[in-house]
Design a protein around this ligand. Structure first.
Ligand SMILES: C[S@@+](CC[C@H](N)C(=O)[O-])C[C@H]1O[C@@H](n2cnc3c(N)ncnc32)[C@H](O)[C@@H]1O
Length: 331
């Protein structure tokens, strides 16, 4: 087979790989191998799988560098497989569980989205994604865990480029379980932080011992109100979930709360022009599928959106991860 066809077929079978990783994550295979290599005959009862099918799954994944067959029908972790462990510092297990579940189903309706411009998730599930998660709390917990997994990749890159100097009170709107806010507070001992998310999402969040007095948690709805008193309002992967009108509602509430000298930090993957490969161009399609009007935006689209909210785009700071810090000031 020529290289072009082989590359094309690798792209075309991406859905197989998504499901292979998803099943390994769902079964918890990597957790079972954390203490050392095992045969499929030992592994299968431990993860609740059929031995021969599990062997075929792990052989397929080993061919992609995820797990390694060390002797016939014996498997060990590889650096890629380590990311499927629940307790690995860079774990992506919940992210992979999320991708293979309702995300996978909704992506099956991408054709509908492209034909009609409608978002696929509400088309397939009959309601918007966050309403569906609220009614399916087990899947909602996997989504929240996936956001924490995704954040891990992004946090170090953010802390390396953004100093948070001159800030006293940081408000993280839609901050999930608070992984980002807690990391920023630990790096900058002079800061206070308020985490806001939907009441059910923040219900399990407790204040860590080392952040008592500096980290507070509020259940809320960022379309109705945002806490006052912050000098910086942070939105990570929030605006990309919504169309421009919904984003304007959030941004205008922030603008009203913003003191002179305050800032808004929008952490998103910014879409570059041209043909250059960029994860933002794929995440943008995920937003088309999963959300109500959500999209990734170009620098010009951010500038226009911010202007309509009484803000101005001050700078875009790229980070080592695909996200950038879009910094906005009062206009
Ligand atoms: C894509 S996630 C991003 C989470 C987190 N900022 C991160 O980057 O990991 C979007 C977040 O917005 C929250 N959210 C959705 N609608 C909301 C609302 N009306 N008010 C407050 N939070 C909301 C969700 O619960 C979810 O945690």
């Amino acid at each position: 087979m020529d290289l072009t066809t082989s590359h094309f077929l690798q792209l075309a079978t991406g859905n197989w790989v998504t499901q292979m990783l998803h099943v390994a994550a769902e079964l918890g295979v990597a957790d079972q191998l954390a203490a050392g290599e095992r045969s499929v005959e030992e592994l299968a009862p431990a993860v609740g799988a059929d031995p021969d099918s599990l062997f075929r799954l792990l052989r397929g994944l080993a061919g992609l560098g995820v797990f390694a067959e060390t002797a016939p029908r014996r498997f060990a972790l590889t650096p890629l497989a380590e990311l499927l462990r629940s307790d690995h510092p860079g774990s992506q297990r919940q992210f992979v569980r999320m991708l293979g579940g309702e995300h996978y189903e909704a992506w099956g309706d991408l054709l509908h989205s492209v034909r009609t411009g409608e978002n696929a998730f509400p088309h397939r599930y009959g309601e918007p994604v966050f309403a569906w998660y609220a009614r399916n709390p087990e899947r909602g917990a996997i989504f929240d865990g996936a956001m924490t997994d995704f954040s891990r990749v992004e946090i170090e890159g953010l802390l390396a480029v953004y100093g948070f100097e001159g800030i006293t009170h940081l408000v993280d709107l839609g901050g999930g379980h608070g992984a980002l806010l807690q990391a920023v507070l630990r790096r900058h001992g002079n800061l206070r932080g308020t985490l806001v998310d939907q009441p059910a999402v923040v219900a399990p969040v407790t204040v860590p011992d080392d952040l008592v007095g500096r980290f507070s948690v509020e259940g809320g709805n960022f379309f109705e109100a945002v806490p006052s008193g912050g000098d910086v309002y942070l939105l990570k992967h929030i605006l990309h979930d919504w169309g421009d009108d919904a984003c304007l509602t959030i941004l205008r509430l922030i603008r009203e709360a913003l003191p002179p000298g305050g800032r808004v930090l929008i952490l998103e993957q910014v879409v570059p022009p041209g043909n250059d490969p960029s994860p933002s161009k794929l995440l943008d399609l995920n937003m088309l599928v999963m959300t109500e009007g959500g999209r990734e935006r170009t620098p010009e689209e951010y500038a226009r959106l911010l202007e309509r909210a009484g803000l101005r785009l001050a700078a875009i700071h790229p980070t080592a991860s695909p996200i950038s810090v879009v910094e906005a000031l009062p206009a």
